[in-house]
Design a protein around this ligand. Structure first.
Ligand code: ADP
Ligand code: ASP
Ligand code: MG
Length: 443
């Protein structure tokens, strides 16, 4: 079986939903994972923020506006009278439940219930579109099989068992549609796989059913060599290895949720990125094969906090690093980059939930300096640290204030820490030098 995932833009308009229908209307059984229509999850986040701020009439206004938008989408999408009535009743029930949320006390679980509605809406509407067009489509409710455990990892045994059970209940279907992003937690409460999490849903499902391939369909023709939101003339990469794609996704390449590669890497299922708007373009194939040497792609991750920890004794005493790491472990905060000198260690984190407590503990044996609004710029490629051109790369950065460099931690990754205000310039300079052959330092 194949697993397809279509993102927000791919299901964001009636025209695009019809493109998706054409793409999946082929031989063979498949599972189709959908995101919410583009803009919907953001609108739901905004609604929950209004409820949190007790701006109830504004929250209701936003809910009613979104409801109107959905009513007109349904009118354009579904012409069959019975199906139209069914979809309208479903959409109305979702918006009634949203209005019901306005009077509840704000909590994380209320937030999770509110943001889950985007995927519930898109999948219901799309499944009925397929039925209207005579395709054998069945809806698999993600909340009946997708679950994470206490450590926020997918509960693979539960997922496989329940997914297989649900599929077996509708053996006549060719196309199984399900919601990306949403899942249950270990207590059985609604939660999600974090923003952009539908990609991760697709690979978790792919691994569970031992799919032949997982295809992520989006609004761009594959994984580009730099971030197209910030840099002109980026180009799509035809191939990436799991390791390269995982590092780029982890370090900010928005095209893939950071965890997407993990489930398929361990079982060697190919992951293909394709463009819904240009289905004939090659896209990017991600497998365990390595193609090419040198710097292959660059990504940037914002929202990074750098922490410099200086031993209060003049030399890095034996056991100092251990003590530092124990503090981060205690607060379950992962470290992305790390460099050390004789008396200090600098490291970065992206989750600052426990920063105050961490700082307090570190200050018992060290002085601590914190810099926020930092970005990690990450260069990835097979064995880049050995490539003859790589050392010259540092020349390009002579005008950029690089706070930390991690070189050699992995053969395939060089990371630079810069102020977020310098991130754009850094990406653009690297693009010109690395991919456009501009020679640095020659006037
Ligand atoms: P979807 O809604 O389909 O999940 P996303 O917006 O999450 O789509 O991801 C696709 C977007 O990721 C692209 O439109 C592009 O702007 C952005 N992006 C960032 N870095 C890259 C990259 N290296 N290659 C391709 N796209 C990237
Ligand atoms: N709809 C969710 C989001 O906007 C999940 C996704 O699109 O993958 O984050
Ligand atoms: Mg996405």
């Amino acid at each position: 079986m194949l697993v397809y995932k279509f993102g927000g833009t791919s299901v964001g308009t009636v025209i695009n939903m019809n493109h998706v229908k054409d793409i999946i209307n082929s031989e063979g059984k498949k599972i189709v994972v959908l995101s919410a229509m583009s803009g919907t999850t953001n609108a739901l986040v905004e609604i929950s923020e209004l409820i949190k701020a007790k701006e109830f009439s504004q929250a209701k206004k936003h809910i009613n506006q979104l409801h109107q938008d959905y009513k007109s989408t349904v009118n354009d999408l579904i012409s069959d009278k019975n199906l139209h009535n069914e979809v309208t009743a479903y959409v109305n029930s979702i918006f009634e439940s949203l209005l019901g949320c306005v009077n509840q006390n704000y909590s994380n679980s209320l937030y999770n219930s509110i943001v889950a509605n985007g995927e519930l809406l898109s999948t219901f509407m799309f499944s009925r579109l397929l039925q209207q067009e005579g395709l054998k489509a069945s809806l698999l409710p993600a909340l009946e099989f997708m679950r994470i455990d206490r450590t926020n990892e997918p509960d693979n045994f539960y997922i496989k068992q329940n997914l297989e059970r649900l599929i077996a209940q509708t053996p006549e279907a060719d196309i199984y549609i399900t919601q990306g992003f949403i899942c249950l937690d270990a207590e059985g409460q609604i939660t999600n796989l974090q923003r952009g999490g539908s990609d991760y849903t697709a690979t978790i499902i792919g691994a569970a059913i031992e799919a032949e391939e997982v295809q992520i369909w989006t609004d761009i023709d594959g994984f580009h060599n730099n971030d197209p939101r910030y840099v002109n003339d980026t180009t799509a990469l035809s191939h990436l290895s799991y390791d390269e794609a995982a590092e780029l996704a982890y370090f900010g390449a928005k095209i893939l949720h950071p965890q997407t590669v993990m489930p398929v890497r361990s079982v060697d299922i190919p992951l293909r990125l394709k463009n819904t708007m240009a289905p004939n373009a090659h896209g990017t194939l991600i497998t365990n094969q390595v193609h090419g040497e040198g710097i292959k792609a660059i990504a940037a991750k914002d929202g990074i906090t750098a922490i410099k920890i200086k031993s209060v004794r003049m030399l890095l005493a034996h056991g100092f690093l251990k003590k530092v790491f124990e503090v981060f472990e205690k607060y379950e905060t992962s470290i992305d980059m790390i460099t050390t000198s004789e008396i200090a260690v600098s490291l970065t984190i992206d989750d600052t939930t426990h920063l105050d407590a961490i700082t307090e503990e570190l200050e018992k044996f060290a002085t601590v300096e914190i810099d926020d609004y930092m970005s990690i710029v990450c260069l990835v490629g097979h064995h880049i640290i050995y490539h003859p051109d790589t050392p010259e790369l540092f020349q390009v950065l002579q005008d950029v204030n690089v706070r930390m460099i991690a070189y050699g931690g992995s053969n395939n990754n060089i990371s630079l820490l810069v102020n977020t205000s310098d991130r754009l310039e850094t990406l653009q300079k690297l693009q010109r030098y690395v991919f456009e052959g501009e020679v640095v330092g020659i006037e």
